[in-house]
Design a protein around this ligand. Structure first.
Ligand SMILES: Cc1cc2nc3c(=O)[nH]c(=O)nc-3n(C[C@H](O)[C@H](O)[C@H](O)COP(=O)(O)O)c2cc1C
Length: 197
């Protein structure tokens, strides 16, 4: 697999029905020249396989903390190098864990180790979205500087209409470029990269 040479972007994927929509975003980030590493929760892997993200990002997908370690644990090394970490879609469960500082998987542990801008894009059923627990957790995250890309209103997977639909790929892409900076044109970046290897 040929890793892209541009700014390092981490994409966390959690267990929402909207997980498949992150495929498009990861493909675009990679094609535009970002070096994308995808991290997935166990629930996310019920919706999309790591192979899909591996193929689209040209990079190994992180699904566990428990891989063979070098001096620097993988989640710490990734967190240190990242220009931006976007968790999309972010489940209600993930928002709660981030708000509390829980770190029981690769997605949340890496979020605690990261000092780069953190973007979360919630997606969930409207009734979950409107629950005070979710509102409070989002307020906590916002107070720490986390960028919340609010879900849109629309027809949800459960067949109802309301807020909770994952923001569009365009909106998420723009938020990531704003946080991480635009990559060089891919053709220029790849040609520079191939001269070095
Ligand atoms: C079919 C299905 C769709 C789901 N979609 C969502 C969703 O859009 N948002 C959400 O917050 N939870 C959703 N869930 C529930 C989460 O998968 C569940 O809370 C899980 O524990 C989240 O784990 P994670 O945050 O570690 O990925 C869904 C569950 C199922 C079975």
């Amino acid at each position: 697999m040929t890793a892209r040479p541009g700014p390092a972007v981490l994409v966390g994927v959690t267990g929402s029905i909207a997980a498949f929509r992150t495929c498009d975003l990861v493909s675009r980030l990679s094609k535009e020249g970002f070096r994308v590493t995808v991290l997935m929760t166990r629930a996310a892997r019920r919706f999309v396989t790591p192979l899909t993200f591996e193929t689209l990002s040209h990079h190994k997908v992180v699904t566990s903390l428990w891989t063979p370690q070098t001096d620097d644990p993988e989640h710490v090394a990734l967190a240190r190098e990242a220009a931006c970490y976007a968790i999309t879609p972010a489940t209600a469960n993930c928002l709660a864990k981030l708000a509390l500082g829980l770190a029981d998987d690769a997605v949340t542990t890496t979020a605690l180790a990261a000092r780069c801008p953190l973007i979360v894009a919630p997606a969930m059923n409207s009734r979950m979205w409107e629950h005070p627990a979710v509102t409070t957790n989002l307020a906590t995250l916002r107070s720490r500087g986390t960028v919340i890309v609010k879900p849109e209103e629309g027809i949800l997977a459960c067949g109802t209409f309301g807020p909770g639909k994952l923001a569009s790929s365009d909106t998420l892409y723009a938020a990531i470029v704003k946080a991480a900076g635009a990559p060089k044109k891919l053709s220029a970046a790849l040609s520079e990269h191939s001269k070095k290897v």
